[in-house]
Design a protein around this ligand. Structure first.
Ligand code: G6P
Length: 602
């Protein structure tokens, strides 16, 4: 049989307590949808038996159907899936069950030895119904139970059986506890009054519980209404028994995970930026001091990040070069492995990530540390894996970002980099001053009038499936990030190029009516005029973003020039543009096709 290993990169949630589990699980999963929304499912265990429902598509569609049918059992688990390998169909949706249907499992991660395990389990008589790697887990547990192990023992054996990364929640009919285990994939436990919420991330359970336990790796736990028990796992460093550590309070508030009066999380998060940037500037993280000392002594500096965080890395490189005349390199996280041989003693790696769970970034950090580099991390998500892997952590504090496209975390990354670089600068006030200027202009850039102006730009662009974005220096970083936003949420083939590269290929894409957005600052106006006239000669229609319009601007978006910090404000109209374009193209900006917010597999 051709076995197509479906790797899982998803959101998981469990519940044990005194409330009916089904509505809680559906609710928690909805707040995890940013991790995937290809398919979903829940299982609730009660005296009435096992209730298992799965569905292809987003949770909103599943909600009605499942809630009208679910029993009132108070223990269960759920899953929202983002398929990386293996179709997004019903068979591959979680939870997965053992042959007898009594053991239910949800999993996030990749079980690398799933193929061997599956072959062995099939020889032992187990029947598989999906092509996921995850399905080996309920069968392994069932096999252990058949061989006379208790559920505790069968779960405790998993770390010695599974190779790869996993966050697992399991439940067995007739047992009033959830069993949880993690290695390399996130899993935390929300703690309420006599109720517990194991989940991939804190926002999931925030309306129900404001205390959290960060589970250690490879230690299996059982969670019941009266508390958590540590099982004696193969990798467990501490003896079995009650879990006595005090849960940590969560600093996030409930409003931060709801849309409030906004239609989508994306627009809510765009509008929050005046506040998120302001807070970071007004109370800079104390760790900036340690981080800047590390940088001061660095023999070489590398930035790593993926997606939007890579663009922030490019900004870090730009800032170091322009303000401190320091050489550094920004590297896409997944490419770092191919450059690691060039790491020399004394290297400092600055890792950037909103989620702190991006597998490529975590891998880059592991490689860097193995080679003796010091690691600074700029992270938004508190308690995430990257915060544990880095030596110095600069928290971005922009609050939960639930829309798949990164917006407020990006500007917080730029501000944090500005503050970090400023500490090494001969004029330590310059960075904060310009960042404040950029922050102040945000009020104007997000005003009703500005939003209406961007909506008219979106109308001009909505019928085009291709868009070119051009900038130089720091403006090229904005062009890249704007193109990514527009690609992600509006499904437009937006491509960014440095101004000087136009003649080396991109001009071939320009035809009569092709839209081009040009970004520039005060010092680049003449160059931009030349570029615009060259593009117009080929038929392009020019839209501009800068301190003043060009002669040929069809529509101009004015952005105050705040020196290097302009990148902080310049991206705001482009985030708004991506959002408006998505709506005009009848797409859900919070849930872009084929994308997930947190890419936890390599
Ligand atoms: C995914 C998301 C992007 C994000 C990237 C890096 O691709 O869709 O929005 O920029 O991951 O995520 P991180 O959490 O490491 O910043």
């Amino acid at each position: 049989m051709q076995y197509n290993c479906a790797r899982e990169m998803c959101g998981i949630a469990g519940y044990v307590g005194h409330r009916p589990a089904a509505p809680v699980l559906v609710d928690c999963l909805q707040r995890l949808e940013y991790r995937g929304y290809d398919s979903c499912g829940i299982a609730v265990v009660s005296d009435a038996g096992v209730f298992l429902r799965r569905s292809v598509g987003p949770i909103a569609e599943f909600r009605e159907e499942v809630l009208s049918a679910a029993p009132t059992g108070t223990i269960g688990l759920g899953h929202t899936r983002w398929a990386t390998h293996g179709r997004a169909d019903l068979a591959n949706a979680h939870p997965h069950a053992s042959c007898d249907g009594a053991v239910l499992v949800v999993h996030n991660g990749v079980i690398e030895n799933a193929f061997e395990l599956r072959e062995r389990l099939v020889r032992q008589g187990h029947r598989f119904t999906s092509d996921t790697d995850s399905e080996v887990v309920p069968h392994l547990l069932e096999q252990g139970l058949t061989e006379g192990l208790s559920m505790d023992e069968a779960v405790s054996k998993l770390p010695s059986q599974l190779v790869g990364s996993y966050a697992i929640v399991a439940v067995r009919q007739g047992q009033d506890e959830l069993f949880v285990l993690r290695k390399g994939s996130p899993l935390v436990v929300g703690v309420g009054e006599g109720e517990y919420f194991p989940a991939s991330d804190i926002p999931s359970f925030l309306p129900y519980a404001q205390r959290v336990i960060y589970l250690s790796e490879d230690e299996p736990f059982a969670i019941g209404r009266s508390g958590i028990r540590r099982l004696q796992g193969a990798g467990a460093s501490r003896p079995a028994g009650p879990y006595l550590e005090v849960p940590e309070p969560v600093s996030l508030n409930v409003e931060s995970v709801s849309k409030g009066s906004f239609q989508h999380f994306m627009i809510k998060e765009i509008m929050e930026q005046v506040g998120t940037i302001g807070r970071l500037l007004e109370s800079p993280p104390a760790t900036l001091a340690t981080a800047s000392e590390l940088l001061r002594g660095a023999q070489s500096i590398k930035f790593v990040g993926a997606g939007t965080s890579y663009h922030a890395s490019l900004y870090g490189q730009f800032l170091l070069a322009t303000t401190l005349h320091l050489d550094s390199e920004a590297c896409v996280s997944s490419e770092f492995q191919f450059r690691a041989d060039a790491l020399r003693p004394g290297a400092v790696v600055v890792a950037l990530s909103q989620s702190g769970e991006t597998a490529d970034t975590l891998q880059a950090v592991r490689i860097a540390r193995d080679r003796g580099a010091r690691v600074i991390a700029l992270v938004n998500s508190e308690g995430s894996s990257l915060t544990r892997a880095a030596e110095v952590v600069i928290p971005l504090r922009s609050g939960p970002e639930l829309s798949v496209a990164a917006t407020k975390s990006y500007t917080s990354q730029l501000v944090a980099l500005t503050l970090l670089v400023e500490r090494l600068s001969p004029d330590p006030m310059e960075g904060a001053r310009t960042a404040l200027e950029a922050r102040d202009s945000l009020l104007e850039l997000t005003s009703d009038a500005a939003r209406a102006h961007i909506a008219s730009l979106a109308h001009n662009l909505a019928r085009h499936s291709q868009l070119l974005l051009i900038g130089r220096g720091g403006n090229y970083v904005t062009a890249l990030e704007a193109a990514l936003k527009i690609k992600e949420v509006a499904g437009v083939a937006a491509q960014a190029f440095p101004g000087g590269e136009m003649k080396h290929g991109p001009l071939a894409l320009v035809a009569e009516g092709s839209p081009v957005i040009l970004f520039y600052d005060r010092s680049q106006v003449d160059q931009a005029e030349l570029a615009a006239s060259e593009l117009i000669t080929r038929g392009a229609v020019i839209y501009t973003v800068g301190p003043q319009p060009l002669r040929s601007s069809s529509l101009h978006v004015r952005v105050h020039d705040a020196g290097a910090a302009t990148a902080i404000s310049q991206i705001i109209p482009m985030q708004l543009l991506a959002y408006e374009l998505a709506k005009l193209r009848q797409l859900d900006p919070d849930h872009p096709k084929n994308l997930a917010k947190s890419v936890t597999v390599l």
